[in-house]
Design a protein around this ligand. Structure first.
Ligand SMILES: [Zn+2]
Length: 167
């Protein structure tokens, strides 16, 4: 006889003590079974959250790339940017843009690399002029926080997928 697991909806062959996929306790008490279902719902929620977070990370990277190019064009037009600096800046913007493009395929790498550059850039700015770091500090912290949270969710979702099996 086959029975459907109430938590993960996989088919289980009776008699069954624990779901082979999600470890649902078929013979557990009401409270144990309810707690398990709650946990599965929460884990599925993580998978939804991670999709939303990655989309947000992608927009942040596109935003930074776009803003950087815009600032560069303005700098070049105003004659305040030198060509070497402009080249490096343009390459950085390209890295952010490419990482945004590949966000869904390589989420950890495509967030970690821009985050590293972003923090490095802040470090350089701090060494040049410590006051610079406080300019737009709320936005900077929000960007770092959102990118970091995206990585955290991806790692958490990987654990969930390993536990639930890929689907
Ligand atoms: Zn199950």
């Amino acid at each position: 006889m086959e029975i459907t697991c109430p938590a993960c909806k996989s088919a289980q062959r009776e008699p069954v003590d624990f779901c082979t996929r999600c470890r649902y306790p078929f013979l557990g008490t009401d409270a144990e079974r309810a707690r398990h279902i709650g946990r599965i719902i929460e884990q599925k929620g993580v998978l939804v959250d991670v999709a939303v977070a990655l989309k947000r990370s992608r927009y942040i990277l596109f935003g930074i790339a776009g803003f950087t190019v815009l600032a560069l064009v303005i700098g070049l037009l105003a004659g305040t940017a030198d060509l070497l600096g402009a080249g490096i800046t343009l390459m950085l913007a390209l890295v952010f843009f490419i990482c945004g493009l590949f966000m869904e395929r390589q989420p950890v790498l495509c967030t970690a690399i821009p985050l590293m550059f972003y923090l490095g850039n802040m470090g350089v700015a701090y060494m040049t002029d410590p006051a610079l770091i406080f300019r737009g500090i709320v936005l900077k912290l929000a960007i770092i926080g959102m990118l970091g949270y995206g990585i955290y969710l991806v790692l958490k979702a990987q654990q969930v997928r390993n536990r639930l099996g890929a689907d």
